[in-house]
Design a protein around this ligand. Structure first.
Ligand code: RIB
Ligand code: NA
Length: 309
């Protein structure tokens, strides 16, 4: 069938503890709530795009275990195609231990497990679909060479690409920039990639310009409550796109909601400007921070104002 958005990326079981603050090294503190959810940046982005109405598919790997079985069920429940989801008994389904403080901030440790066994073989298996997709989205929770290869395959087949360098590494392979139509990162990731501090739109514009010079077509630096900054090769002057002020309950996965929405707009509204897509994606992500969890907080099309469509 048709595919608007193909994500080659991660699935993680999120083990979330809510606590008044993040513990220090060696410290034990009491939290007030624990829950298990479906996460992983790849699947989060895919599920958000699907909930907005995109035809989506995931190329990913989970374990042959309880969490893996449940994850596949979750993708199906969200109308994400699982034709290219594989299971392995050589590693466990990826897991993320997440602590969320009362300010809605988080700290996360991921153990990628089965995600790291996704490779070339699976990419070639999904190649017919990849070639027909409108947008391919990748992150860094699988092996970097798997992400890079899928971006290269997409570029060769004229499929538009969004690359989200998360979690960021300082020594990112330079080819990632050359095969990304849109390079989308948050302020922390931008800092790690450039070595410059990002506190607001002005700094974001500067690091965005630096990232743009490395060879992508457009850069988006997301800034949480300050919205985002957009730059493109044709018009490299940074454009700040503010977002509505909301009370954040849990910002975990808000960046993924933004990217999933962006992928949806690129696939389904290819003629609107990147600035307008970012403005709308800001609004989708702002809804997600007002509820706990990652995918549990992502809105469906029916929950959003009609002017977003
Ligand atoms: O971006 C949020 C995600 O990061 C969480 O769902 C967690 O799984 C980690 O991968
Ligand atoms: Na949330």
């Amino acid at each position: 069938g048709d595919c608007d958005v193909l994500v080659v990326g991660s699935c993680m079981t999120d083990l979330v503890s809510q606590a008044p603050r993040l513990p220090k090294a060696g410290e034990t503190i009491h939290g007030h709530r624990f829950f298990i959810g479906f996460g992983g940046k790849g699947a989060n982005q895919c599920v958000q795009a699907a909930r907005l109405g995109a035809q989506t598919a995931m190329v990913c790997k989970v374990g042959t275990d309880f969490f893996g079985d449940k994850y596949i069920e979750n993708l199906k429940n969200n109308s994400v195609s699982t034709e290219f989801v594989s299971q392995t008994d050589r590693a466990a389904t990826g897991a993320a231990s997440i602590i969320v403080n009362d300010a809605g901030e988080n700290a996360i440790v991921i153990v990628a497990g089965a995600n790291l066994l996704l490779g070339e073989e699976e990419l070639w298996g999904a190649e017919p679909l990849l070639g027909r997709a409108k947008v391919l989205v990748c992150q860094l929770e699988i092996r970097p060479d798997t992400s890079l290869q899928s971006l290269r395959m997409a570029r060769e087949r004229r499929v538009r690409t969004i690359f989200n360098p998360a979690p960021a590494v300082a020594d990112l392979h330079p080819d990632f920039f050359r095969v990304s139509d849109i390079f989308c990162c948050n302020e922390t990731e931008a800092e790690i990639l450039t070595g410059s501090t990002v506190t607001g739109p002005e700094d974001a514009g500067k690091v965005g310009a630096e990232l743009l010079r490395r060879g992508c077509c457009s850069v988006i630096v997301t800034l949480g409550p300050q919205g985002c900054v957009v730059l493109s090769a044709e018009d490299s002057s940074p454009l700040h796109i503010p977002t509505a002020t909301v009370t954040a309950l849990d910002t975990t996965g808000a960046g993924d909601s933004f990217i999933g929405a962006l992928a949806f707009y690129m696939a389904r509204y290819p003629t609107i400007s990147l600035e307008e897509m970012a403005r709308r994606a800001n609004q989708v992500a702002a809804v997600s921070v007002q509820a706990v969890g990652t995918q549990t907080s992502y809105p469906w099309r029916k929950d959003l104002p009609p002017e977003l469509f």
